[in-house]
Design a protein around this ligand. Structure first.
Ligand SMILES: NC(=O)c1ccc[n+]([C@@H]2O[C@H](COP(=O)([O-])OP(=O)(O)OC[C@H]3O[C@@H](n4cnc5c(N)ncnc54)[C@H](O)[C@@H]3O)[C@@H](O)[C@H]2O)c1
Length: 335
């Protein structure tokens, strides 16, 4: 078998920055697509870089036909805050374009006679708890709990989880090659490499990036609201581990994962140990607080641990002390 081909959509985003080099290390030939030109630092890992929109069916169909990818990392999406602001556009990007790509991958799998592995980053936004009190009472939720998203972004993600799982099951039943769909419900992700771009969990990375630059920060979420988080390197590792897991080891096609589950006050406290003069206040924005109140305080990741060995490196202290602060000091102070 020759080199495996990976198609990565949304390759220029936060997650793409972590995934691309790691796939190149694994020996993949990478085809990358994003709305914006890929920085040269990432472009050099690719056999083809395309500037384009996943809603362009002709373009996507051509890429799938030309490169017949063995796996697709479908990272392109409209994130939560923007999806809530424009739900119709969110549906086009997050659902219609994704369904179309799934269909193209299924056709390609049939032509090639082997499955196309389809990695789909979902989100804790698929959960919908009715209020903050229920959220506290529910604690760490399992994959099948509270699948009643209140926001558009969560609706989009949940539908694709269901549709992708259906397509995989249908191919299995028919004994035909099809889409081997695998999804992770990511918690909030914190990256030292890139700045956040419109996610509801962005207050955590924003707080830390602001402190490292000596800028004041006003957190848009109540200081006691808890959500699960993870560092971007741990998230990327998890996605790659799920991609390589043998199909028979998977008891589900959609997995919870988490690194740690702090309140904003706990993040602030840890940040202050490194930047004691940081000015971090709290001024909750009701619309964004309502979304956080409907997402779980924590998730049960035991399936991911037992099925494919999830084991994140960073807890909150390690995330801030060992990963973020050294990288951000270098980035902003040139240390
Ligand atoms: N970052 C998080 O905290 C988080 C948490 C849960 C799930 N996710 C999911 O992980 C995936 C990657 O997220 P990210 O943090 O890298 O987001 P990001 O916004 O940094 O990157 C997304 C990339 O997709 C591109 N894109 C958006 N619309 C596109 C379109 N129509 N056509 C082509 N490209 C398009 C953007 O230009 C961007 O480079 C997304 O599916 C997101 O929903 C992210």
């Amino acid at each position: 078998m020759g080199e495996r081909v990976a198609l990565i959509t949304g390759s220029g985003g936060e997650m793409g920055h972590g995934v691309l080099p790691r796939l190149r290390d694994q020996g993949f030939r990478i085809v990358a697509l994003d709305l914006y030109d890929l920085p040269e630092t990432l472009g050099r890992y690719c056999v083809e870089t395309v500037r384009g929109d996943i809603r362009d069916e002709g373009l996507m169909g051509d890429l799938v036909q030309r490169f017949a990818p063995d796996c697709v990392y479908h990272l392109a999406a409209m994130l939560s805050a923007h999806s809530e602001a424009d739900p119709f556009m969110a549906h086009q990007v997050n659902v219609d374009a994704t369904c179309s790509l799934l269909r193209q991958c299924e056709e390609s799998a049939r032509q090639k006679g082997r499955p196309v592995r389809f990695l789909f980053p979902s989100s804790i936004a698929v959960y919908g708890l009715p209020d903050a009190a229920t959220k506290v009472e529910a604690g760490a939720v399992e994959e099948s709990d509270w699948n009643h998203p209140r926001g558009m972004y969560g609706c989009n993600k949940l539908y694709i989880e269901l549709f992708g799982t259906f397509l995989g099951r249908r191919a299995g039943k028919a004994g035909e090659p099809g889409v081997d769909f695998r999804s992770i419900r990511f918690p909030g992700l914190i990256s030292a490499e890139t700045l956040p771009t419109g996610g509801t969990t962005d207050y955590a990375p924003e707080m830390i990036h602001a402190a490292a630059q000596g800028k004041p920060y006003s957190c848009f979420i109540d200081e006691h609201s808890r959500l699960p988080f993870m560092t971007m390197p741990d998230a990327v590792q998890a996605l790659l581990d799920l991609a390589e897991a043998p199909p028979e080891s998977l008891s589900t096609r959609v997995y919870n994962i988490r690194g740690f589950s702090p309140s904003p006050a706990e993040i602030r406290k840890r940040v202050l140990t490194h930047f004691p003069d940081a000015q971090i206040g709290f001024d909750p924005v009701p619309s964004r607080q309502a979304i956080v109140d409907s997402w779980p305080a924590d998730v049960d990741d035991s399936r991911a641990r037992s099925d494919w060995g999830l084991s994140p490196e960073h807890d909150l202290a390690a995330a801030i002390d060992d990963y973020l602060v050294p990288a951000l000091r270098k980035r902003y102070d040139g240390d």
